[in-house]
Design a protein around this ligand. Structure first.
Ligand SMILES: *Cc1c(COP(=O)(O)O)cnc(C)c1O
Length: 327
């Protein structure tokens, strides 16, 4: 099994627990895996990926990290925090114009010392812009490590291979076998890692990835990107995973509004979990994914008494940036 050294950033294992109140409303047992509690400057799923990415950057002698995302990117905020701890200079390439007021993740990335670059209305693609920024920094004598959007390459996905091992152990301890695992999928690293880890650690639950973005927004179709990460794993591994491109499931029923657009769906899910279980979801990812899961559970298409896990991937700071829409 592939086990590169990691740079410790997360509080692990994250809690796995039952949702008693919501489980009373449907003929299922619902559990939650709390990766919103990974602990790095308010946590989230990117922390697990960054443990491997930051170690890789340090191993290879880099002194600067560049990555990119939306202004409310949880990935950018967690990267800024990881770089602060590891003594790396952090540059973030963010979509759109610099706002007058910083809120949510953008405020935190700033507080965590990242250098913020705003794309404005630049027509040039993000890839090209990142390469240009990397060249400028390298010309100044820095050694820059480029982390892809969402940290979604094999190095980052390794965090979610390991997360499956962690889940397996908790399932043994708590004597619980899951039938379904729901989670938000966007840049694909989490899903790729979970798929590989599921194979390695023999977890029979069916993965239920709720697609967040519109398919038209992807430069490479998401299933292909996930397939590429798994193929790269297979090249490096003595235990290759046999998966076809067609086996890569995406649940595409909840992404119509587009990335980052809060609708009555996300709002309903945020209210539901907050008021029934005292747990906060985020407006972009987990609010959408939880809505999708709840919708599926309410349709009662899954077999009765199924044991269902919602993998909470974080995103809390973005709630504060959507304050007006959530009132
Ligand atoms: C990035 C993110 C996701 C999606 O994970 P990917 O690995 O990009 O698919 C889900 N939830 C939250 C809160 C995120 O920040």
């Amino acid at each position: 099994m592939l086990k590169p050294p990691k740079y410790p950033l997360a509080f692990l294992p994250t809690p796995l627990h039952y949702l008693p109140n919501l489980s009373r409303e449907v003929p299922y047992q619902i559990y939650i895996k709390r990766d919103d509690q990974t602990g790095l400057a308010s946590g989230g799923n990117k922390t697990r990926k960054l443990e491997y990415l930051i170690q890789d950057a340090l191993n290879l002698g880099y002194d600067t990290v560049i990555t990119a995302g939306a202004q409310q990117s949880n990935h950018c905020r967690q990267t800024a925090a990881a770089c602060a701890l590891a003594g790396l200079e952090c540059h973030l390439w963010l979509n759109g114009f610099q706002p007058e007021h910083y809120q949510g993740n953008l405020l935190l990335s700033h507080l965590l010392g990242a250098h913020l670059h705003f794309s404005g209305d630049q027509a040039k693609g993000r890839e090209a812009a990142l390469k240009q920024l990397q060249k400028e920094l390298n010309d100044q004598g820095q050694k820059t490590y480029l982390i892809p959007v969402g940290g979604s390459n094999l190095t980052g996905a390794t965090g979610y291979i390991a997360a499956m091992s962690e889940l397996k152990q908790q399932m043994t301890e708590q004597k619980i076998d899951f039938d379904y695992i729901f989670f938000a999928t966007s840049s694909g690293g989490t899903q790729a890692g979970l798929m590989i880890g599921q194979n390695i650690f023999n977890i029979k639950a069916r993965l239920m990835p709720i697609l967040i973005d519109k398919e038209a927004d992807f430069e490479v179709p998401l299933p292909q990107h996930i397939f590429d990460i798994i193929s790269e794993f297979n090249v490096a591994s003595s235990q290759p995973i046999h998966i076809n491109l067609d086996d890569i499931l995406l649940i595409k029923d909840y992404n119509k509004a587009g990335y980052g657009i809060l609708t009555t769906h996300e709002q309903a899910a945020i209210h539901l979990l907050a008021r029934q279980e005292g747990i906060l979801l985020d407006p972009v990812y987990t609010g959408r994914a939880f809505y999708g899961m709840w919708d599926v559970l309410q349709q009662k298409i899954l077999p009765e008494n199924s044991r269902v896990l919602f993998w909470h991937t974080g995103g809390l700071p973005a709630l504060c940036a959507y304050a007006d829409a959530l009132r």
